[in-house]
Design a protein around this ligand. Sequence first.
Ligand code: ADP
Length: 387
Amino acid sequence: MAQVKLEHVGKIYPGNVRAVKDFNLTIEDGEFMVMVGPSGCGKSTTLRMVAGLEEISEGTITIGDRVVNNVLPKDRDIAMVFQNYALYPDKTVYENMAFCLKMRKFQDPNAAPGSNGLFSWWKLRKMKKAEINRRVMEAAEILGIEELLERRPKALSGGQRQRVAVGRCIVRNPKVFLFDEPLSNLDAKMRVQMRTEISRLHNRLQTTMIYVTHDQTEAMTMGDRIVVMKDGLIQQVATPANLYDYPDNIFVAGFIGTPPMNFFDAIVESKDGQLFITEDSFSLVTPPEWKPKIERYIGKKVVFGVRPEHIGSPTAEAVDNAPKITATVEVIEPMGSETYLYMKAGANGFIARVDPHRTCNVGDSIDLAVMMRGAHLFDVDTTERIT
Ligand code: ADP
């Protein structure tokens, strides 16, 4: 187990491609940290720098007490699970898991003192067969793959192969696990199952884990904390709940959550001592506590962001005197436990998550309550959250 610290880390690829810029993050001992962001934002590069598979152009990476900038990958005490599991096709599951232990040599503090040099008693030895067996069987038990040990990879499903790939890491008992989009080759159902398995594995082992994905649902369901990246830069580091409820900027607000947050170009208006968020097709009174933060935006453009569950949902409708948006129903999407309405208000399209028993038809013009306390205002220029 170890803390992983990245300080002012940057990566410049040949051709002056700045893939990662001034990356600062401490991953606590035993923490499950997820890095998420769109393709090309620098997640894999960051993970590969921690693994030592990519040279660090700037900054310092520390694992435990040791700066690892110049330490070889095999000496970093980390284990990495890749998207393509890279199992040996001719070896059985057992041999796949045992192989790296057979090949490695370990420091043996119990070796007898020798005559050639001060530290000669600190001999390198191969791991004993019984110890290898113990570790493989323990990993197989943790992952529930005891029955598969004699099979070869081609006789396994995608999910089973992924378990073997994870098992190969577990046997090494590393200080840090690194996962690079490990579930992206699996079908949707298996992805959901493996997601819970990896979370369970983390709960059991309590080892530091860094997990890269482009899938925000995966990030939200697995991470103790999440790092959201864009264009090589950290946008926000927070717990899933804080990221969802208090996104720092428009990018994070739009990236986290499905269906995504609705955004409207609006202005702040002052009428009769109250402040309103006004747009062509609606004018919504703001909660009094917003006043100190939004006063300086009176008469100015802002971006108004509101999640689907804060428009027309039972909780939004239950708020006394909630302001309303009048809009036309374009598409009705019943999901069973809730219904999504794709709405049009003036030139704006937006999504509302309403009670599944609410009756309406395509083409109807309906009023939807807006729960302003769940909504946000963003600065047009900086894109940062104001409220
Ligand atoms: P992500 O994992 O978020 O999809 P990557 O870390 O793979 O992103 O890539 C970040 C950026 O670095 C991208 O613009 C990508 O094209 C570039 N990049 C990645 N690997 C190399 C490389 N070996 N040489 C040059 N550019 C690279």
